[in-house]
Design a protein. Structure first.
Length: 379
């Protein structure tokens, strides 16, 4: 005998939440992306025809001094990697991104694994974690997200929170950003406070009239713009600002880099992960000193949506300014790359669960792959 109340009431609540919270246009966008996502489950993401054969070098890096940064979807991924591997990560830069775990719907666990949960998550991502349309419903809720992170850490799905709260954190929002609005980045600031990161460890920069982009002092579009390659010139050296906040005093940057930006094969790091959404190739910048000397630290730079190599070539890696600081400070910069696919046409990192329900844990497919790359650099 069916007990109707056991399934009808939850499904009714879920349906009403979906209908009342999201606009018709948002529902159409979400359903379109979810239907495309069904194809992803049947297709590989290895980008084999375009993959280079060069291996990621073994450099004997000090991977316990790793830092991460990211913009937009890359900002969310930077936060996810930071919590997943807090024992290795000493600091994170969240640029135009919100609090960890923001997109996971409270109703996702009520759905069968796959498209239903992804549909709910992507709607929450768009309406509550990029725009601020769900503020009246308490989204984002930094305290609840901090509690969730602690719970997952206690369950062994993330590194211990005690390893995370000592991190240095840089947060940035541009006053002209209409893609991820400043209130969402402010919520990320509150999340770190609620999770236990001391205020003294957090730098929140919100004074520049930047669009949705990584900011430089000499490259990219005009400051207020939003568009490819998502680099804007605001007369502000964001690469230097974030690295100095995380690592402390650094040697001055060089004007012309002398190290090597090279392509490497990402496929060995995605073996047996199924539909992972990563490209066949990634980029790594290696200063000359790190070729001959062991112990260099690693900075992992996660590009944003529509900012991978398929979209903008090597502009982000070459023009962000990260390599200019890396050259003089024995810092290897890893630029992992997502794939541009019909299922993910903007090449976003997975911050809403398109690779699986465990996307917020240490076992997330993209987190696993990038961690494997990091370990290779440490060999």
């Amino acid at each position: 005998m069916l007990h109707v109340d056991r399934w009808w009431r939850p499904l009714t609540a879920l349906y009403l939440d979906f209908r009342m919270t999201f606009s018709a246009a948002s529902r159409v966008r979400a359903l379109t992306l979810v239907c495309l996502g069904a194809v992803a489950l049947l297709a590989g993401c290895d980008d084999k025809k375009n993959a280079g054969d060069e291996p990621l070098p073994k450099l004997g890096a000090n991977i316990t001094g790793t830092s991460v940064s990211g913009i937009s979807s890359g900002a969310y991924m930077a936060g996810q990697f930071q919590l997943a591997h807090a024992k290795q990560v000493v600091g994170a830069a969240i640029i135009a991104g919100g609090p960890w775990g923001c997109a996971e719907s409270a109703f996702a666990g009520m759905m069968m694994p796959g498209l239903g949960a992804e549909m709910l998550n992507i709607n929450k991502a768009v309406n509550g974690c990029m725009s601020h349309n769900m503020a009246a419903l308490g989204v984002p809720n930094p305290q609840a997200l901090a509690d969730k992170a602690k719970s997952k850490a206690d369950a062994g799905e993330l590194d211990p929170i005690a390893e995370f709260v000592s991190d240095r954190v840089y947060l940035f929002t541009g006053t002209q950003d209409r893609t991820v609005v400043p209130a969402i980045v402010q919520a990320a600031r509150t999340f770190y406070a609620d999770a236990g990161v001391p205020d003294a460890n957090v730098l929140f920069e919100s004074s520049y009239p930047a669009g949705h982009a990584f900011v430089t002092d000499d490259a990219g579009l005009s400051c207020e713009k939003t568009g490819e390659p998502y680099l804007v010139d605001c007369d502000y050296d964001q690469a230097g600002a974030l690295l100095k906040h995380i690592y402390g005093k650094l040697n001055p940057r060089v004007e012309t880099v002398s190290g090597t930006l090279s392509e490497f094969d990402q496929r060995p790091y995605t073996e047996k992960l199924g539909s992972h959404g990563l490209s066949g190739t990634g980029l790594v910048y290696v200063p000359k000193a790190c070729v001959s000397e062991k112990g260099c630290r690693v900075h992992i730079a996660f590009h944003g949506c529509a900012q991978n190599r398929s979209a903008v070539g090597e502009d982000f890696a070459r023009e962000s300014g990260l390599a200019r600081w890396a050259d003089t400070n024995k810092l290897i910069v890893l630029f992992p790359q997502t794939a541009t696919l019909p299922t993910n046409p903007q090449g976003c990192w997975d911050w809403w669960g398109y690779t699986g329900a465990n996307f917020l844990t240490r076992d997330a497919k993209q987190v696993v792959a990038v961690e494997r790359m990091l370990e290779r650099l440490g060999e």
